[in-house]
Design a protein around this ligand. Structure first.
Ligand code: ADP
Ligand code: MG
Length: 364
């Protein structure tokens, strides 16, 4: 059912991601690193779940929510252990024989336990073994990390990624992330100092739906829940929710609960979406109030040129600023996917705009 709010796991519930699924399928054959990228609630987790399942190959998903910013080796080991214990039993029973001889690995019945003390497991050895096993089985072993940017400052994990990419041809790393800047900041794909610098990767962008797709998504979803929606409400929802599948789904779920589809429900979802978008913008605003000044201004102004923004910032601080100061702020906002630069600068996400207009970021 399309309006089920949990991340999707079945292909039949995943609307219109055929091209991306094809790309994913092709990529695991030749790529060691796949980056699934998209804004919040565009359906990255859902896409990853379905894509992994469709491959019919062994995979594990590492859930890294709730890990501290700078996780310890023990934290990571425990997550890997948990992930291996969710591996499809068909693969697990074959793999356990291969893993048993490794120092720090204990197999107890149908579960694996890893020694997380300092002298415990060596992950390079561990994954080399998984790789050899996959090679023998003529398959790929897929290792997926959802919202990878949640871990920052952990160089061990990144070094392990580099090792896997360089030596383990039958392993494939898959990561998802919402803010491209932070994602690349974490992976360091364009940072010469990073262990992953210069590595080839495949990027799969999870995009917002076009208007016609949003409309068809809602019509199909409403038919499934056997609820009527008026043409006018439909148009209103399509316009306000901007093709973000997560918000379209929330709207549908809400209508299902209340047994009716109204504009007021669209507004409630838009307001919820606006708050979430704003809270993400607030994170960057904590580094400098200048970000708040620019974002608040663009929320109200629709779009503005570089020099208009410079004047606004100068007026706010009552002094002149260097060109590089202004460019630096704007570039970081673009990198964080909060604003967009075409001819002029603008906020592309109407929900973020909505959230900022409802409750501007503090400028002092
Ligand atoms: P993200 O990981 O990008 O934040 P999720 O995968 O959690 O997004 O999806 C957000 C919401 O949208 C969930 O309720 C999910 O069920 C729904 N959803 C995501 N993608 C699709 C899709 N292609 N078709 C139908 N529903 C989807
Ligand atoms: Mg997600």
């Amino acid at each position: 059912m399309l309006f089920d709010t949990a991340p999707k796991t079945n292909k039949q519930d995943l609307y219109n991601r055929e091209t991306e699924l094809e790309k994913f399928k092709a990529a695991i054959e030749h790529s060691s690193l796949i980056v699934i990228q998209g804004l919040r609630r565009t359906g990255k987790t859902s896409f990853m779940n379905v894509a992994l399942r469709e491959t019919q190959q062994p995979y594990i998903i590492l859930d890294i929510r709730g890990l501290p910013f700078n996780p310890s080796q023990a934290d990571i080991v425990r997550r890997i252990e948990t992930a291996f214990n969710t591996l499809n039993k068909k693969w697990f029973s074959q793999l356990q024989t291969a893993l048993r001889p490794i120092k720090g690995v204990t197999i107890l019945g149908n579960s694996i336990s890893l020694d997380w003390s300092k002298e415990g497991i060596d992950f390079a050895t561990f994954f080399d073994r998984v790789n050899t096993w996959a090679e023998e089985k003529d398959t790929k072993f897929l290792l997926a990390f959802d919202e990878i940017q949640l871990i920052r400052g952990d160089k061990n994990l990144i070094r392990l990624f580099a090792h896997i990419i360089d030596y383990n041809q039958n392993l494939c790393l898959i990561v998802t992330g919402s803010e491209i800047g932070l994602l690349f900041g974490f992976l360091g794909l364009d940072d010469p100092e990073s262990p992953l610098y210069g590595r080839h990767y495949t990027e799969i962008a999870i995009r917002n739906f076009e208007e016609s797709e949003s409309k068809h998504f809602l019509i199909t979803g409403f038919a499934q829940i056997e609820t009527k929606i008026q043409e006018e409400v439909l148009g209103y929802a399509v316009e306000k929710l901007n093709g973000t599948v997560g918000w379209l789904t929330s709207f549908g779920a809400r209508c299902r609960e209340n047994q009716e589809a109204t504009k007021a429900q669209v507004d409630m979802v838009a307001s919820e979406g606006g708050k979430l978008a704003r809270s993400e913008a607030e994170k960057i605003a904590q580094y400098s109030r200048r970000y708040s000044v620019v974002l608040n201004y663009l929320a109200a102004a629709k779009e503005a040129s570089w020099s208009q923004i410079k004047s606004i910032m100068e007026a706010h601080e009552n002094r002149s600023l260097t060109n590089s100061t202004v460019s630096d702020i704007l570039n970081k906002l673009v990198k964080a996917s909060l604003i967009e630069k075409n001819d002029e600068y603008s906020i592309s996400d109407p929900l973020l705009k909505h959230g900022l207009l409802e409750n501007p970021l503090p400028e002092r």
